[in-house]
Design a protein around this ligand. Sequence first.
Ligand code: KMH
Ligand code: ZN
Length: 287
Amino acid sequence: MEAGRADGDALRSGKIATLITVAPTGAEAAKDAAPALPVTLEELVTTAKECQAAGASVIHVHVRDDRARPTLEVRRLTETVAALREATDLVVQLSTGGAVTDSFEDRLAVLDAAPDACSLTCGTVNFGDEVFANPWPFIRQLYRQTQERGVVPEFELVDLGHVATLHRLLDEFGPPAGGRVHCDLVMGVPGGMPGDAATLVQAASALPAGATWSATGIGRTSIPVMLAAVAAGGHLRVGMEDTLSYARSRPASGNAELVERASQLARLAQRAPMSTADARAFLGIRP
Ligand code: KMH
Ligand code: ZN
């Protein structure tokens, strides 16, 4: 694909800015253990505004209920999408991964909240002591629904085998809504691919021609993965879904400082953070 090669050249020569995604909450961390975790709508909106100011252009959203437990209740998701659109210009990407306990039916229904974008994990993976289930029939059904509804998917690749499934998905069902194949290499999940530079290069090299990618390192792999991603011409995802620490023995004070550090690194690499308007054009988000 010509467009892909052009993107690759532009990335290496610094002509394409860095897309920074913030994943502020996730489904796993407990508010008691991490008081800075945004779990109410008000906290999420405040975090989103701070993170946009710090350089994020996409927000990957998991919602919590009144007791701070993860939920996929469509009413809450819809309200959250509306509130984030009202308060920010961020691309709103809802998680269809949810929590490991969520049903496939509830995960498909996330699209009823009509987000700009959604995550789409390309395979099952051990997830600590749990299993994050993404069998092929579910992946296929979710992908078809994103195409029908014009929701731009981000392909979450947690293991190298997920790259093969991404190829299969595109071969069988064609390009995604928005036209760009954009992936997130989720590295360092206990049970998934390790979060190191060699694996990152291997995974990025195996992507379909023309695909673009960001990377995120879970836990203590956060910084090595971020450094490797910038060096290899990738984009970045950071946030308290992926790591609760800013540095060794130093909890993150919030999401904004994680985004701020990613922005500084991007600027250092001569690929400044992408604006929200450019991120919408880059990902092919509908007006
Ligand atoms: N919470 C994980 C089980 C996604 O958002 O799409 C799944 C996850 C992936 O966070
Ligand atoms: Zn997530």
